[in-house]
Design a binder for this molecule. Structure first.
Ligand SMILES: [Zn+2]
Length: 314
């Protein structure tokens, strides 16, 4: 069985061909044009799919999954709004592909797709109750309750990044202050560095960098190289991450928290102290919750996993 998957993101569009065991056979990437509009985007997806089918000598794909970076209505196959590509509001992206390839087509947003990927192919195979957290520029995620992806009554559940952990803290893109992602997401971490001009001046690493080049990875690297200011920021970040994650644990009591996204690639440098901090932050509400790193190729498998979504919906 062959599955064609698309990941329509703000900077690139990926197309993948995989099988139902989660083996990726081939991938193709193109830069996203902000100006696509509805038809050009659908045509682009068809062209990319055809190219993958042709160059891998595949007779027929059996189903298609699409990930879209923005709010979608999965049941109807509709893009609700599009933060990155203009002109896609209320667009049914599923119909055109369904007609062209004559197979079932499924649509999910990126956070739900990543959560499904962990359930279908990744670290969450054996968990019925878990939370997936993506730690990158922002913080997002998905929630599994009793073996179902929990979408909420407006399809908006899992906005973990917009839980306030510091009232009157830094302003978040959502309009509130002190959101989890405004403090512990990549942009939030960077913000805490660049706002401290005197600490930057005294830092051997950051004083030589342009402010635009300081990102979460640079901060973890600087800590590894012994920079005291970076160490402070990383320790602070781990504390805030633990606060947010323990909030989630206290509400949902999951079996596991699975962490993906760019910052999770810091590996043990992140996970070892984070596990300790979470244990500490649980205080008198201690319980055994596994803290796991997401699988490596989750982003490519997301679009494949979307086609298994039916099984995990209410
Ligand atoms: Zn927010």
């Amino acid at each position: 069985m062959y599955i064609l998957g698309y990941d329509v993101g703000g900077t690139k569009i990926s197309a993948v061909i995989g099988d139902n065991n989660g083996k990726i056979i081939d991938t193709l990437r193109k830069r996203t044009s902000k100006e696509y509009g509805k038809e050009a985007l659908s045509n682009q997806l068809i062209v990319m799919g055809e190219e993958l089918i042709k160059r891998n000598n595949i007779n027929k794909v059996d189903k298609i999954g699409i990930i879209f970076a923005g709010p979608v209505n999965s049941e109807k196959g509709i893009i609700i709004s599009s933060p990155n590509i203009i002109g896609l509001k209320n667009y049914n992206i599923v119909n055109g592909l369904k007609e062209y390839f004559n197979v079932p087509v499924y649509l999910e947003n990126d956070a739900s797709a990543a959560t499904l990927a962990e359930k279908v192919f990744g670290m969450a195979k054996n968990f019925e109750n878990f939370v997936y957290i993506t730690l990158s520029t922002g913080i997002g995620g998905g929630i599994f309750i009793n073996n179902k992806l929990y979408k909420g009554s407006h399809g908006m559940a899992g906005e973990l990044g917009h839980m306030v952990i510091m009232p009157n803290g830094p302003l978040c893109g959502c309009g509130r202050r002190g959101c989890f992602e405004a403090i512990a997401g990549g942009r939030g971490i960077t913000g805490r560095v660049v706002e401290n001009i005197s600490a930057i001046r005294n830092s051997t690493v950051f004083s030589k960098m342009r402010p635009g080049d300081i990102d979460a990875k640079a901060i973890f690297d600087a800590k590894r190289n012994g920079d005291m200011f970076a160490q402070l920021i990383v320790e602070e970040t781990i504390y805030y991450l633990a606060v947010g994650i323990v909030n989630i644990i206290n509400i949902l009591d999951p079996e596991a928290i699975i962490i993906g996204g760019g910052i999770s690639n810091e590996g043990d440098a992140l996970f070892d102290p984070l596990k300790l901090a979470i244990k500490e932050e649980m205080k008198s509400m201690k319980r055994n919750v596994k803290i796991l790193k997401a699988m490596e190729n989750g982003s490519d498998l997301g679009a494949i996993a979307v086609t298994f979504g039916e099984k995990y919906r209410n």
